[in-house]
Design a protein around this ligand. Structure first.
Ligand code: SF4
Length: 378
């Protein structure tokens, strides 16, 4: 899948369509995790999209293009029509994955239904290598053990397993133990989420900018030899580190380029002085909420429009919010002056969550741009 995605990414035009689209089909969830982006609730919102409206949303996604569709929540399995929606999306040709919560609903039987609907990949959250770390984060004891069982069931259902881990001050001290867990679980991808203080996520639980930088280098090294793909989320500055590191490694003795840098959401050809595309909030990425609001990402809850009132393609392509986010000339502070801004651009969600300005510099990046025009108060 990855090679195909790289080719698609190289051909993508983020002004026209997102590369990935996450859809929160419900906000209902039996869990109450510490960092929950959605601030999920035990009962469905009465304003939730109906089945007919949800089918219409899938048609709208297809009208927009052919993004990777991530069906999420809340807990998407809390919707009774979830299997029908998954099957419809797959039938429409959308590469569809599912991100359920680790609840009693994720049974082997239900995973078989997910597989029969045509879904190929399931993402499961595991926020630490031990019950102590994970259960604290997830808000109840026994969650770690349940998650391990679900990961086994995902594999046994013939689905590819993706493991999502949120980096916070709780998981940072034990993060180095995670790759072994991910490898043992035979996951195809480890997706490392850097906490954004949105929803129930708190600013004091974020790690420092210096620790972000150390982790980026560690992840880059890990990506060279891990038996699974490594992806960062809400941390586009990882791409800056990947470019910087690869520039130092790219030539062999004859001066030939020796490797390219690729991963989920970004791709750089061997000519690393010409960075390619980097997915960011509203730029190659979009999010649809449980009531049809279209946001640049789940961590940036600003609304470009609502699919109940305006076509998704029109919101993504023409709303001022999305157009601002795709224009690197509008970035401020260090991000505005940075030579990596087109391929990185900083986490727009974290900039907004911390400063209230979605175009401000990313406070989790330590990089000092080389451009002379850099002005901190810009
Ligand atoms: S300053 Fe901004 S654009 Fe530059 S690397 Fe850091 S986060 Fe990315």
């Amino acid at each position: 899948m990855r090679r195909g995605n790289d080719a698609r990414l190289a051909a993508a035009n983020f002004d026209l369509a997102p590369f990935t689209l996450a859809w929160e089909i419900t906000r209902a969830c039996a869990l109450s995790c510490l960092h929950c982006r959605a601030d999920a609730q035990p009962r469905p919102d009465p304003r939730e999209l109906t089945t007919a409206e949800a089918i219409g949303v899938i048609d709208q996604i297809r009208d927009l293009g052919n993004p990777i569709l991530v069906v999420t929540g809340g807990d998407p399995l809390m919707r009774r029509d979830v299997y029908d929606l998954l099957a419809y999306a797959v039938d429409k040709g959308l590469r569809t994955s599912l991100a359920p919560s680790a609840t009693a609903l994720v049974t082997a039987k239900n995973l078989a239904r997910v597989r029969r609907a045509g879904v190929r990949r399931v993402a499961i959250s595991l926020d630490g290598p031990t019950a102590q770390v994970h259960d604290r984060f997830r808000g109840f004891s026994g969650s770690f053990q349940r998650t391990l069982e679900i990961m086994r069931d995902v594999r046994e259902a013939g689905l590819a397993l993706q493991i999502n881990t949120t980096v916070s001050r709780y998981s940072l001290p034990v993060l180095a133990e995670m790759p072994e867990v991910v490898a043992k679980a035979e996951a195809v991808q480890w997706s490392v989420f850097f906490l954004v203080p949105t929803g129930r996520g708190k600013a004091e639980d974020m790690i420092s900018a210096e620790d972000h930088e150390l982790l980026f280098h560690w992840l880059y090294d890990l990506s060279r030899h891990a038996p699974f793909d490594v992806k960062s989320t809400a941390a586009p500055a990882y791409r800056r580190v990947a470019v910087q590191r690869a520039r130092g490694e790219r030539r062999d003795e004859s001066g030939q380029a020796v490797r390219s840098v690729a991963g989920a959401g970004y791709r750089f050809k061997d000519g690393l002085d010409r960075p390619g595309l980097g997915v960011n909030d509203g730029k190659g990425f979009a999010f649809i909420s449980h009531i049809g609001e279209v946001c640049p990402s789940g961590f940036l809850p600003l609304i470009g429009g609502n699919v109940r009132e305006r076509p998704l393609a029109d919101i993504y392509r023409r709303s001022q919010l999305f157009r601002d986010l795709r224009d690197p000339e509008k970035l401020k502070g260090r991000c505005g002056a940075c030579e990596f801004r087109a391929v990185c651009g900083g986490s727009r969600a974290r900039a907004w969550a911390v400063t209230g300005d979605y175009l401000a510099e990313d406070p989790s990046c330590i990089y000092q741009p080389a451009r002379e025009s850099y002005a901190p108060d810009r």
